[in-house]
Each structure stands twice: as C-alpha cells, then as structure tokens.
Design a protein around this ligand. Structure first.
Ligand SMILES: Cc1cc2nc3c(=O)[nH]c(=O)nc-3n(C[C@H](O)[C@H](O)[C@H](O)COP(=O)(O)OP(=O)(O)OC[C@H]3O[C@@H](n4cnc5c(N)ncnc54)[C@H](O)[C@@H]3O)c2cc1C
Length: 470
C-alpha cells in the first residue's frame, strides 16, 4: 500500500466511492503496462462512471498538480496510456453503457469504453457499417481508437477513424466539459476541434462521448490470397493493382517469418515456403466485385505470384482473415520483447521500403519481420528481441532510427496508426522539424497549462515537475 497525501485522497474519495479506487501494489501493477514493452507504476487508479466525475477529478488534478493518464483497454503499441510520471490512471473501460444506433441519421452515439467490435456488430444488425477496424477491435475501446486515430486493413478504401467522428463530448485539461461538432455531417463553424482531439493521444482532453458516422454496409465481398517467391514481387503486385483503377477494401501483406510464425502458432494452411503473401479484399456490388477480384488475380500472376487462391465461401474468407489476425500474437511467441513499428510510406514507395527494411535486417542481424496494411503504405516492421540483452538493444535502437529515416526519406511518416506515445517521441523533430514541433507544443501548452493530461507523451520532454501523490 502506498502512502498517499491524505488530503488529496480524501478529496478523491469525495468524488469516487472506494470500490472504484485502487491503491494496492498488485492492483496498480496491473495498470502499469500496455501492449508495448514499457512499464510504469501509477500511484492511484480510478474508475469513473460518468463525465461529471471525470470533470471533478481533472479539476482536482489541476489544483494539486498531479498527472492524469486516461486509459482504454491498454492495447497501445506506443506506450500511449503508460503513467510515465506516476499520478493517476483514469480507467475509462467502465464508461461503456451507451451504444445507440441512429438509423435515420446514419450515426452511432457511443461511450468511450465501448469495445469497437460491438459497434460493428450493432451497426451491421441494421444494414449499416462502421469501417475502421483495427486488428485489435475485439479488445480495444472506441475511446482508444479515437485518441490514436486508429485504422487497420480497411483504411485503404475507407480511411481512418477521424473520417467517421463528427462530434465529441470532452472534458478539457482544466476540467470543463465541452461539445465539439454535432450530428450534422457538414459543420464548418470555427476551428475543427473534433479533428484536433481525434489522434491527440489523450493529451488535449478526455473523450466522454462520441458521435460516429455510419455508411451502408457493402452488399458483398470477395477475398484472395496470393503467394510470392520474392518479397519485391509482392510489392510490385500491390502498386500494379492500386494503379489499375481498382480500390480494394483491404490489401495486407505478410513476409515469410510471419507466415511461419502463424503456421506454428495456429496452423491455417498458409504457404510456408513463400517469401511473402498478400491478402486482397474487394467489396461492393456483387457483379462489380466478381470482375475486380478476377483482375486482381491476373495482376498478381503477372507480377510473379506462384499461387493465387480466391475464397470460395464465407468460411474460407474468414479463415484467411483469421490467419492475418493471428500474426501479432504469433510473432509474440518468437521472443520475449516485440518492438512494433508502423512507419508508413506513399504507396508507390512500398517496394523501395521493403528493400530498405531488408538492408536494415541484414546490417544489424536482427530478427526483423514485416507485415501490415501494405495497400496504404502502412507496413509493420516488428523486431523480436529481448530487452534484457543490452548489447542487442543498442542495435535495435539504431535499426529503429534507420527505419524511421528510411520512411521519411521516402516521403512517409513515423506512424500511420499506432501513434507517437512514449516510444516515438524522440523522433518527432526528424519528421516535423523544430518549428513544426514547436507549433504543436504551443497547442498543448494553451490547452493544458499545468501539463496535467498524459504528460511525457508525444513531445520529447517530461514537462514540469509535479507534486507526486505519494
Ligand atoms: C494485437 C494488436 C493489434 C493491433 N492492431 C492495430 C491495427 O490494426 N490498427 C491500429 O490502428 N492499431 C492497432 N493496434 C494498436 C491499438 O489497439 C490501438 O491503438 C487502439 O486504438 C488502442 O485502444 P485502447 O482502448 O487499448 O486504448 P489505450 O491503449 O488504453 O490508449 C490509447 C491512447 O488513448 C488514450 N485514451 C484512451 N481512452 C481515452 C479517452 N476516453 N479519452 C482520452 N484519451 C484516451 C490513452 O491515454 C492513450 O494515449 C493493435 C494492438 C494490438 C495489441
């Protein structure tokens, strides 16, 4: 049990009942992780149930100057919710009661703790569709998705989370409650605060409700799996298809190490000798997609695919996607530490980026595997290592730097979807330049003058000293 300044604890207990306050080491320990490899212990964990409680807690934090770290399901791969400066973790997972589908206006109104897959399910029951579909959608919360501007396989055709958020309720860093946007699809009244908050990684406000845009569910979809003896040919197939006039709803790639890892972890009938495979899905009118999938099949063959298999039924389609969803858990079995990057390049540069990744792997002799949403240039180079091996971690650090440099030189970005969080903050200036970074910092300082919300993230500094709760 930690010793908390009694005065602060008494005030917290006036807002939140004791059964939703966690102080024991074992309880706090469970909140010290996310899906990255960092670990930081919070001083206290609180589970709010409504906006009013959050507003009061944030006002208290400003009064006593302790940090507040919002947390959804902690599946962040960039250290987003980690309490790097101690203080309070705000567990948003119990704020999950509202999931309302407004069929007439094609909207979903949701609490931040709702699991994203449940939004998919409820929308599809009435013939509607919420496209953003991160591979973690069965565990991650919509709040986490909003604050990371998450996407996933369907980003290629349908865009990222921000394209579907039209209104928010937010507790500001000073504890006030505001609404941004609304229920109208068109809204140009003043600055677009909705877009500023989406993707702000919990540094500019705590989202307590969101209004999401839905679209009609596509009538049909077709999926194929193509395997290649040469990684570079799979990259060529991707660029050829994208410049052929077809826009698939998803286009995923896996390299040989990922294929083998999946086959070992959860045998799915993938071709273990292929150097790479790609999964392509098209959706839309049944007649159109028959033609499109045939064209994708031909283009894969022309680019050098050794085998192309089109799923004959829903069962086969799901089995292909299940194999893809197994990649992350499967490669986790390859070593104790998984460093997951998501450097992203313009689509035309995919083959060049693959080549650069191969060179980095050879140079540092690291276990570097690649999979990802190749259709939108969002590759996931993952380095499997052991963080206790200091010597190897030095090589990893250099390799990661070179991955980011390569992406930026090719006209890309540090992160396509996982966010900056803690782990990528040292590289921000590399992409944005000093002035670009400063303009972002000024926004943070104006919104959060006491640096209360998620300090230590995005910007490569640790903010001002806080009065610790201990
Ligand atoms: C196996 C696996 C697969 C993944 N696949 C994908 C993928 O395909 N695409 C993708 O984009 N990501 C993917 N991710 C990353 C991760 O799932 C996403 O970033 C997700 O959106 C995080 O949601 P979460 O609920 O876990 O949020 P957390 O990890 O808890 O938090 C994420 C960030 O949001 C902030 N936050 C959370 N809730 C709120 C709130 N209500 N108000 C303010 N701030 C808040 C936190 O402070 C933190 O900065 C994957 C992760 C794993 C482990």
């Amino acid at each position: 049990m930690i010793i908390i300044e009694q005065e602060i604890l008494t005030k917290i207990k006036q807002i939140i009942p004791p059964e939703r306050i966690f102080l024991d080491l074992s309880e706090r320990y469970s909140y010290s992780y996310d899906a990255s490899f960092g670990q930081y212990l919070p001083d206290i964990v609180v589970q709010p149930l409504n906006t009013e409680e959050i507003s009061q807690l944030v006002k208290l934090a400003n009064h006593y100057l302790f940090p507040v770290y919002p947390r959804g399901a902690a599946t962040s791969l960039s250290g987003g919710p980690l309490p790097v400066e101690g203080g309070m973790v705000l567990d948003m997972s119990r704020l999950n009661k509202k999931l309302m589908i407004d069929r007439e206006n094609l909207l979903a109104i949701v609490s931040p703790g709702v699991i994203t897959a449940n939004i998919h399910k409820e929308a599809e029951k009435v013939g509607l569709f919420y496209p953003p579909d991160p591979s973690s959608s069965h565990v991650a919360t919509i709040g986490g998705n909003l604050l990371e501007n998450s996407s996933g396989p369907k980003g290629l055709k349908y865009g990222t989370t921000k394209e579907y958020v039209i209104g928010l309720e937010v507790v500001t860093p000073l504890g006030d409650v505001i609404r941004t946007g609304g229920k109208t699809v068109k809204n140009v009244t003043g600055y677009d605060l909705t877009r500023l908050i989406v993707g702000s990684e919990g540094t500019l406000g705590i989202v307590t409700e969101a209004i999401l845009r839905l679209i009609p569910k596509p009538q049909a979809r077709k999926t194929l799996l193509a395997d290649f003896d040469r990684l570079v040919d799979s990259g060529q197939a991707i660029t050829k298809i994208l410049s052929s006039g077809i826009l698939p709803s998803a286009m995923e790639m896996m390299d040989n190490a990922c294929i083998r890892a999946v086959e070992k972890f959860s045998p799915s009938g993938l071709p273990i000798n292929a150097e790479a495979l790609i999964i392509i899905e098209v959706d839309g009118h049944p007649a159109a997609i028959d033609e499109e999938i045939k064209k994708c099949e031909d283009l894969c063959k022309k680019a050098g695919a050794s085998n192309v298999r089109v799923a004959k039924n829903e069962e086969e389609r799901l089995s292909i996607w299940n194999a893809r969803k197994m990649v992350s858990p499967a490669i986790t079995q390859m070593g104790p530490t998984k460093i997951s990057e998501d450097a992203t390049v313009p689509r035309s540069q995919i083959p060049a980026m693959m080549e650069r990744l191969k060179q980095i792997r050879d140079k540092y002799q690291l276990n570097l595997v690649v999979f990802g949403h190749a259709g939108d240039g969002n590759l996931h180079p993952n380095i499997i290592t052991d963080k206790r091996n200091i010597e190897e971690m030095k090589k990893v650090e250099n390799a990661v730097s070179e991955i980011f440099e390569a992406a930026i030189q090719l006209g890309g970005t540090l992160s396509g979807e996982h966010g900056i969080g803690l782990l990528k903050s040292p590289y921000m200036e590399m992409e944005l330049g000093g002035t670009g970074l400063l303009m972002m910092k000024k926004i943070k300082e104006a919104w959060d003058p006491n640096n209360i919300l998620n300090p230590g993230k995005i910007f490569p500094s640790h903010g001002q000293t806080k009065v610790a709760l201990t």
